[in-house]
Design a protein around this ligand. Structure first.
Ligand SMILES: [Fe+2]
Ligand SMILES: [Fe+2]
Length: 266
């Protein structure tokens, strides 16, 4: 397995737990992922000091390649002027860019999308142009690589009660992206990790959500966790593996809690 992607979602710097940050740094030292995906809600309130703390933490991980995506918490909530005219200014000062991007690494094409909207507050949206451009990037991916689309908001959830949290135009996105070759569509936002089967037009893929990595904003049934995503060639077939690593309060470190072996379409 040469693809190794670490997904850190919803760290909410400003509400981060120092012991969990330290444990995550140790996990990175042990697992040495090649690529970091930071899938939004990087901060709690989009304050410059919170972005600076997040940036310092990311730098301390020393992962060779990194993609960051904004979440709804990374846009100011209360400052209406900044929200309207420069909603991503603090984000950009820390992380450089907030728009859609493509990252190629050994065995991986990662396509990142900004699903936040300054006028939609908590909820996310995909534009028809984003859906179409992502389909193109998927079709143009090198042969045999793991094709991953990432956005902060979920395209699919495992609990019906969470359905309202799905990104706007999620059904169209799933349909078009699977047919264009997507293997995984990854996100966060609801702080509830899950893996869900997707199917469209004779192809299949998987919706993968990560929990909140290091924040105090955990749910009663899901603590802090991150995902490690791998891809392997088994004979003629490609298999993806999503490892969920949970933070253990007693031991103060991350442990492998769930392993999903995911058959991929050809
Ligand atoms: Fe969040
Ligand atoms: Fe969010």
């Amino acid at each position: 397995m040469n693809t190794l992607l670490l997904q850190i979602s919803d760290p909410h710097f400003g509400a981060e737990r120092k012991a969990v940050c330290d444990a995550l740094r140790r996990l990175v030292q042990e697992q040495t992922p090649r690529v970091l995906l930071l899938s939004g809600d990087i901060t709690q309130r989009a304050r410059p000091a919170q972005f600076a703390a997040a940036r310092a933490f990311v730098d301390s991980l020393r992962i060779p390649q990194c993609m960051t995506l904004p979440g709804n918490h990374d846009i100011p909530l209360f400052n209406a002027a900044v929200r309207l005219f420069a909603p991503y200014s603090a984000y950009r000062r820390a992380f450089g860019r907030s728009h859609d991007a493509v990252l190629d690494s050994d065995g991986l094409r990662l396509i990142g999308l900004d699903s936040t909207r300054r006028w939609r507050h908590v909820n996310g949206e995909l534009s028809p142009d984003q859906i179409a451009a992502t389909s193109r990037h998927l079709r143009e991916a090198p042969v045999g690589v793991l094709r991953v689309v990432a956005l902060h908001h979920p395209v699919a959830v495992t609990r019906a009660a969470e359905g309202h949290n799905r990104v706007r135009r999620h059904a169209d996105a799933i349909d078009r992206w699977l047919q264009a070759g997507a293997d995984l569509i990854v996100g966060g936002h609801i702080h509830l990790p899950s893996v869900r089967f997707l199917e469209a037009g004779g192809r299949h893929g998987w919706a993968v959500l990560a929990g909140t990595a290091v924040s105090r904003r955990t749910r009663h049934d899901a603590g802090n966790s991150v995902n490690l995503i791998r891809c392997a060639q088994v004979g003629l077939r490609r298999v993806g593996a999503v490892e969920r690593w949970d933070y253990r309060e007693e031991a103060k470190h991350f442990e492998l809690a769930a392993l999903s072996a995911l058959p991929l379409s050809g």
